[in-house]
Design a protein around this ligand. Structure first.
Ligand code: AHM
Ligand code: MG
Length: 337
């Protein structure tokens, strides 16, 4: 007896996306695959730097100088820069929107492609110093027919996205992706430098046992939210109350919700009139993934993916997760209306 030889038939992310396109019979140009390759590269770069952050002084504030007297970039600045640079260099993008940049980036003609990418390069960055999971979130639109790439190509409902996903930087780097045909999860094999299919066809359980809200904001929450929370903490006799899990890092909280079920919520409240999360590059991609995994994503009263955004950094309330859990929240909003 000895060690099993390694598999010679590994399913990488690129192979998997290509095979999905073959099986759908789409005559793909390969453009989306190349764009996703660029995104994979940025995720590998960010994963490596998140891991090294403590050692090479990337934590803390931008503008600090290291021992060599060089300016150090904060991890989120670094993550933004790598994404802008590689998305532009891919030649497949026309418009980029980043949480880190006030204005959209319109790609110049000699690099222009057909896709628009909206992203939060490093979400949950308040968690970096504590070593908690953080992530990159992205959504992809195709430019409108005839458009050369303007802000109108990204001011569109999330239902028009052609792909969305996130990479979570934790004990391993995990990319979770949808191209509109279900959701798949891939784990970075650092020795190969490839994302390998590890979580095929992720489906959210129809009902979960976990709720994930920043309940410290309860005094600001509107009545339907507080009533809902009350209902899962003090259920009808015989039923068990839900467990609370809140990391405060959307990628990590949504990742757990996709895998285990339950509900994640960041509602609007008396203080934050539209909630906190950004519609384009936080709510839309996560709503798209959730629906593709069989769950629901709502503001409480409206399907998130149906909202027409009016500005690139606009915020929106979010409740997403297991279908029945999200329906329960909706009932409290209906009862209130
Ligand atoms: P950020 O983009 O400034 O990192 O904020 C977004 C993060 C999300 O990851 C997370 O869901 C949320 O903020 C947590 O907010 P709070 O600390 O108010 O609970
Ligand atoms: Mg963010």
């Amino acid at each position: 007896s000895g060690e099993e030889p390694p598999s010679t038939d590994i399913i990488t992310l690129t192979r998997h996306v290509l095979s999905q396109q073959f099986s759908l019979g789409v005559t793909a140009t390969g453009d989306l695959t190349l764009l996703l390759t660029a995104i994979q590269t940025t995720s590998k770069f960010i994963a490596t730097n998140v891991r090294r952050a403590r050692l090479i002084n990337l934590v803390g504030l931008a503008g600090e100088t290291n021992v060599q007297g060089e300016e150090q970039k904060k991890l989120d600045v670094l993550s933004n820069d790598i994404m802008i640079n590689s998305l532009r260099a891919s030649g497949k993008t026309a418009v980029l929107v980043s949480e880190e940049l006030e204005d959209a980036v319109i790609i110049e003609d000699n690099h222009k492609g057909n896709y628009c990418v909206v992203f939060d390069p490093l979400d949950g960055s308040s968690n970096i110093d504590a070593g908690v999971n953080i992530g990159t979130i992205f959504g992809i639109y195709r430019v409108k027919p005839g458009s050369k790439g303007t802000i109108d190509d990204v001011l569109r409902p999330g239902s028009e996205m052609v792909a969305a996903g996130y990479t979570m930087y934790g004990s391993s780097a995990n990319m979770v992706l949808t191209t509109g045909h279900g959701v798949n999860g891939y784990t970075l094999d650092p020795s190969l430098g490839e994302f390998i299919l590890t979580h095929p066809d992720i489906k959210i359980p129809p009902r979960g046992k976990i709720y994930s809200f920043n309940e410290g904001n309860s005094m600001y929450f509107h009545e339907p939210v507080n009533k809902y929370l009350q209902s899962i903490k003090y259920p009808a006799s015989g039923k068990s109350p839900y467990s609370a899990r809140y990391i405060g890092s959307m990628v990590a909280d949504v990742h757990r919700t996709l895998l285990y079920g339950g509900i994640f919520g960041y509602p609007d409240d008396k203080k934050s009139k539209s909630g906190k999360l950004r519609m384009l590059y936080e709510a839309f991609p996560m709503a798209f993934l959730t629906e593709q995994a069989g769950g629901l994503a709502t503001t409480g009263t409206k399907r998130i993916l149906d909202i027409q955004p009016t500005s690139i950094h606009q915020r929106c309330p979010v409740f997403l997760g297991s279908r029945e859990d999200v329906q329960d929240v909706q009932k409290f909003y209906q009862a209130n209306g």
